[in-house]
Design a protein around this ligand. Structure first.
Ligand code: FEO
Length: 168
């Protein structure tokens, strides 16, 4: 059984994951409007990843005898300056999520809750990937420096991304 303290913190994390889903969907809409379907597809897959994260926590809270409570999801930003501005924002957002997961880990250590620590290890590893994937694209976009042909090449490359639900 998780404590009320951890239950509240997990419910906040579910909200952050659902907000991430919404933010990335908003980024996808911008790319679709800009006729960059590969970038849009990348973010639509990211949307599925975020829903997976939210549901993984949802299931854990239930398994540990807690109660999932859904709160309002904030409205995401709609307009963006450029592809680079979007990926810089996504990278910063993933750093914020990593910090939030680390704080959850701090609480589970304080409470000596080993099952929660074990569960959160998956998210700590996942966040390394989440940050790295956004940062790698920031790097590529910076190298281009506004080159339209290069942007289309990255669009083609990102369009090949597929969603593979993690097995554990
Ligand atoms: Fe759920 Fe992108 O972290």
């Amino acid at each position: 059984m998780i404590t009320k303290n951890l239950q509240d913190a997990f419910n906040e994390q579910i909200n952050k994951e659902l907000y991430s889903e919404y933010l990335y969907l908003s980024m996808a809409t911008w790319f679709d409007a800009e006729n960059l379907p590969g970038f849009a597809s990348f973010f639509k897959i990211q949307v599925q990843e975020e829903r997976f994260h939210a549901m993984k926590i949802y299931d854990f809270v239930n398994e540990r005898g807690g109660r999932v409570i859904l709160e309002k999801i904030n409205k995401p930003q709609i307009n963006f300056k450029s592809a680079l501005a979007i990926f810089e924002m996504a990278y910063k957002h993933e750093q914020f999520i990593s910090k939030s997961i680390n704080e959850l880990m701090d609480v589970s250590i304080e409470e000596n809750d080993h099952a929660t620590k074990s569960f959160l290890n998956w998210f700590i590893d996942e966040q390394v990937e989440e940050e790295a994937s956004m940062d790698a694209i920031v790097g590529k976009l910076k190298m281009l420096g506004g080159n339209g042909h290069g942007l289309l090449m990255i669009d083609n490359e990102l369009g090949t991304r597929v969603f593979t639900p993690p097995t554990n």
